[in-house]
Write a protein that binds this ligand. Structure first.
Ligand SMILES: [Zn+2]
Length: 399
């Protein structure tokens, strides 16, 4: 059956199957990028009867093509945009999956697969609205736009940042990024924390493990530093802001790279990372000063040497005002469709909305979702959430 005459549910499952089976993992995480998946989305748009979209492809530092698709329908000053990212994170530990990650499994209301929720759910919702415009005679009062973007999981350089240089969006536009939310759909995210990812490299001296006197154990020295830095950061940046659902800054040691191959070698190098999510009131340069101070102190006491690189540093922009047009309109539509009043919140950061806010374009992050499900094994989304969100978004378009 052709896409356009399918029921809503069958349509969602079919486009999910076609999109999720094409992995779109960042080359920085060992993948091939988004090109093949963008080609498939283009085929779906054509089958729905759309030809007036634009491809914005660019080549990254790995020589891979990174693809974005922008589609705008209707005429008028103020465009309602959905920004949906089409890249996904890797599978992770495959043994933790009970379903195939790249082949959608439908179980009742659930669709399983890597990227079904993050951010497939946004992609499927956008496509469903585009189908309704062809099939159900939905006539939006304002133009509707969709940006299918690359590279969100690794910093958005080849995705929304690339598109924002092309003057596609205007300050008067309404920008909704369906990429985080809550199970009742009653939270509208208007602020994010700053993000700082730091890679620490510890240099010691490798030696046989039976002769530690000749070695400088980079693992042990790095561990001392890690705990000291962890304590300093938590003691210094203690402010709270209840707009955020983790109402304080977080500093977490995360990835740890392989050091030596065998048990009887003392590692001469050690590499680990911190993921810091900092309340917007703090300047990230101050946080880095704290890091520099900790290193200077460490160097006084240890023969090991520590350097660091910044993997990501994004100072949070000003929050989207609670009385901005996009917040008011989305709140009104949620109230109309669900009978309850949503609330504005802040989150841990890392969506495309921050890049809009930096340019003084009010953007909100919203959808209805199973929380803490993205990036996990057996990631899934609910078909009913897509249908409910479609109703709200179509109400925004037609009121
Ligand atoms: Zn996402």
């Amino acid at each position: 059956m052709d896409l356009i005459s399918m029921s809503d549910r069958d349509f969602i499952v079919e486009v999910a199957r076609r999109i999720i089976r094409i992995p779109a993992i960042s080359p920085a995480s060992g993948g091939e990028g988004e090109k093949d998946r963008a080609d498939e989305i283009e085929r779906i748009l054509k089958e729905l009867g759309y030809s007036d979209y634009q491809r914005y492809d660019t080549t990254d530092e790995y020589g891979k093509i990174r693809s974005n698709i922008v589609l705008k329908t209707g005429k008028g000053d103020r465009v309602l945009w959905l920004v949906a990212h089409i890249d996904t994170v890797p599978v992770g530990d495959q043994t933790l999956w009970t379903k195939p990650p790249f082949d959608v499994t439908v179980d009742g209301d659930r669709m399983y697969g890597r990227g079904t929720e993050d951010d497939g759910q946004a992609v499927f919702t956008a496509l469903l609205i585009l189908k309704d415009m062809k099939m159900k005679g939905l006539k939006p009062k304002i133009p509707f736009g969709v940006a299918f973007v690359a590279d969100e999981e690794m910093g958005s350089k080849y995705g929304i940042q690339y598109l924002l240089e092309k003057n596609i969006f205007k300050k008067s536009d309404l920008i909704i990024v369906p990429d985080a939310g809550s199970e009742d759909g009653m939270t509208i995210e208007i602020a994010e924390k700053s993000i700082l990812w730091i890679k620490f490299s510890v240099k010691g001296k490798q030696w046989h493990a039976s002769m530690p006197v000749n070695a400088i154990n980079a693992f042990r020295e790095g561990s001392k530093f890690l705990l000291d830095l962890d304590r300093r950061l938590h003691e210094k940046y203690t402010a709270r802001d209840d707009l955020f659902n983790v109402p304080y800054s977080t500093f977490e040691p995360t990835k740890h790279e392989k050091n030596v191959d065998n048990v009887n070698t003392i590692p001469g190098t050690d590499t680990f990372y911190f993921d810091c999510r900092v309340l917007p009131q703090y300047n990230l340069d101050d946080v880095l000063k704290t890091v520099d101070d900790a290193i200077a102190e460490f160097h006084k006491q240890s023969p090991a040497r520590i350097t660091y690189d910044l993997v990501q540093k994004e100072q949070a922009p000003k929050k989207t005002p609670e009385d901005s047009e996009v917040v008011k309109r989305l709140m009104d539509s949620i109230k109309r469709k669900r009978g309850k009043t949503p609330r504005a919140i802040g989150i841990g950061g890392g969506t495309c909305a921050a890049f809009f806010r930096r340019l003084d374009m009010p953007a909100v992050v919203w959808f209805t979702t199973i929380e803490e499900n993205a990036h996990r094994p057996d990631e899934f989304c609910l078909i009913s959430h897509i249908l409910m969100d479609r109703d709200v978004l179509e109400d925004v378009l037609s009121s």
